[in-house]
Design a protein around this ligand. Structure first.
Ligand SMILES: [Zn+2]
Length: 286
């Protein structure tokens, strides 16, 4: 339990916010929506304190219902004891508003741009062993973002399927603040930091793409395959159906860079990061 009995303001201290997010499954306890507010279950005027166990998460709709008296406090307490996302094991799907006939992906200083060329245009900036970790599909004026992110043990952590965002509730912390989604595996250890620049752009400047023993480490300056010290910096890729394509793929055409024979689980990560730092003479991956 994290306790602060005499707060100087109504602002909830960050460690208490995190504890509440974890306990509530990173979403509204009633419906699971990943867009939420922190709600004191006891009347603030009476308690004047921030106790994690007395605070819950409610989406805008359910917060308004509670404030207007349409949602009883008992129903909120009941949901708080058994939050929607923890019951489901994943977050409630949320639809991202991507649209148009053009898209742009920025991954650690590398830019991938594609215009709809008809017949269901596809852009896959990163794919490992036939699994697209990141892809845009452009078809009939629709722009569909697809993302598959895994942890080191190949467990799915984040999935965006045709703009529909769902995440696992198992990581240490998940925050969707404005357009910025950050998933942390532990304190200070970022799995991914994504900015959804709707309607047509996505920016990833921090994080790790992991799959089948391959790691692509992202910093604002570059993307680095740590297994074999392959570094991608300031590349521009236009109207290319494939970007960084690692491992065996049935379709061998349309890749900016195709990397086969990556040593799996065997790369010296520390050595690769040291090498990358020396190579581009910049202080990153801090
Ligand atoms: Zn809700």
């Amino acid at each position: 339990m994290t306790l602060q009995e005499k707060p100087t303001s109504r602002n909830i201290p960050l460690p208490i916010q995190r504890e509440v997010r974890q306990r509530c499954g990173f979403g509204c306890v009633i419906c699971g929506l990943p867009l939420y507010e922190y709600e004191h279950m006891l009347d603030w005027a009476n308690v004047h304190r921030h106790r994690a166990e007395e605070i819950t998460l409610l989406c805008d709709k359910h917060h308004r219902e509670k404030t207007s008296g349409l949602l009883p406090s008992e129903a909120v307490s009941e949901a708080n004891a058994n939050p929607y996302n923890l019951r489901e094991g994943v977050s409630k799907p949320y639809n991202l508003h991507y649209t148009g006939s053009y898209c742009e992906v920025l991954i650690g200083s590398n830019v991938f741009i594609t215009k709809d060329q008809g017949y269901g245009t596809v852009m896959i900036p990163v794919s490992i062993d036939e699994t697209p970790l990141l892809a845009f599909i452009l078809t009939d004026g629709h722009l569909l973002l697809n993302i598959n992110l895994f942890d080191e043990n190949n467990n799915p952590i984040l999935m965006i399927k045709n703009n529909q965002l769902i995440y696992s509730v198992s990581p240490w912390d998940i925050q969707l603040v404005g357009r910025n989604l950050v998933i942390r595996e532990a304190s200070r250890k970022v799995l991914i930091d994504i900015v959804f620049e709707v309607p047509n752009k996505i920016v990833i400047n921090r994080g790790r793409f992991l799959h089948n023993g391959v790691e692509i480490l992202i910093s604002p300056e570059c993307a680095l395959i740590t297994n074999n010290k392959l570094l991608f910096k300031e590349n521009n890729c236009s109207n290319c159906s494939g970007g960084i394509i690692i491992g065996h793929h049935f379709n061998e055409s349309g890749a900016a860079v195709r990397v086969n024979n990556v040593p799996r689980y065997l790369g010296d990560r520390d050595e690769a990061i040291k090498w990358a730092k020396e190579s581009i003479k910049e202080d990153f991956f801090t």
